[in-house]
Design a protein around this ligand. Structure first.
Ligand code: DC
Length: 223
């Protein structure tokens, strides 16, 4: 019933989109598309190669020589690869978070990544997570969700994630970084973050991950 469906999940940083999208995809037997990971992958390569992201020709040649692919490991964990190198663990740092938001303002980057995203989605059967999935990349998606939550709660969750992965993190700093990223993601001229007109908005401030997933699945099943 859902095998050809496209479900979009958009929203600001740290709102629980990835956890929800992965779980919804798994429960409904659909593929999961993490579009933020694609912007992060380009940001990582730009940093490694010392690319000046304000120069369109430098960005263009970076895009030409960077192939992004996804693969599952033996535990079904989604891996992100650039030019066949597994970079999954290298793209989650605060520096790459910031740089990916900067790079996501560049039209040339968006055009390329959106083309890849639409190719992946053309057969349907995906849960696509990002900032512009329901508004711009898949405007005809059958099911659209926009997750939101208070800044403080989002900072707390991100902090917990960083602590769990063994990194140092300070709530105030994380809150400021998230707020700056949200502002840039919402105010950029190319497909800025906002809810699609027909998206179901879910405030996750007082919901745990399972409750968010349940709400999405009930909505999709028309319950
Ligand atoms: O979801 P994320 O935190 O991994 O995304 C990293 C950055 O990429 C985010 O700050 C904005 C950008 N992004 C975007 O502009 N459009 C998307 N569809 C996904 C992410």
């Amino acid at each position: 019933m859902f095998e050809k469906a496209i479900i979009t999940i958009d929203g600001p940083s740290g709102v629980g989109k990835s956890t929800a999208a992965k779980s919804v995809a798994e429960k409904l037997g659909l593929s999961y598309l993490d579009t933020g990971a694609m912007y992060r992958a380009i940001a990582l390569q730009a940093k490694r190669e010392g690319v000046n992201i304000d120069l369109a020709n430098e960005l263009e040649s970076l895009l030409d020589r960077t192939e992004i692919t996804f693969r599952r490991d033996q535990n079904h964990v989604l891996l992100v690869l650039v030019n066949n190198e597994d970079i999954t663990d290298k793209i989650r740092s605060p520096e790459i978070s910031r740089l990916s938001s900067d790079i996501a303002t560049k039209g040339i980057v968006r055009t390329r990544l959106i083309e890849i995203q639409r190719n992946i989605g053309q057969q349907g059967g995906i849960v696509a997570e990002g900032r512009d999935m329901g508004t711009y990349v898949f405007p005809d998606a059958k099911y659209k969700f926009y997750l939101d939550a208070d800044l403080e709660m989002r900072a707390q969750r991100r902090c917990n994630q960083l602590h769990e992965s063994g990194s140092d993190a300070n709530m105030d700093d994380i809150g400021k970084q998230i707020a700056a990223r949200d502002k840039q993601d919402m105010e950029r001229s190319e497909s800025p973050l906002h809810p699609a007109r027909n998206a179901v908005i879910i405030n996750t401030t007082h919901l745990n991950a399972d409750e968010v997933v349940l709400k999405i699945i009930k909505e999709v099943q028309g319950l």
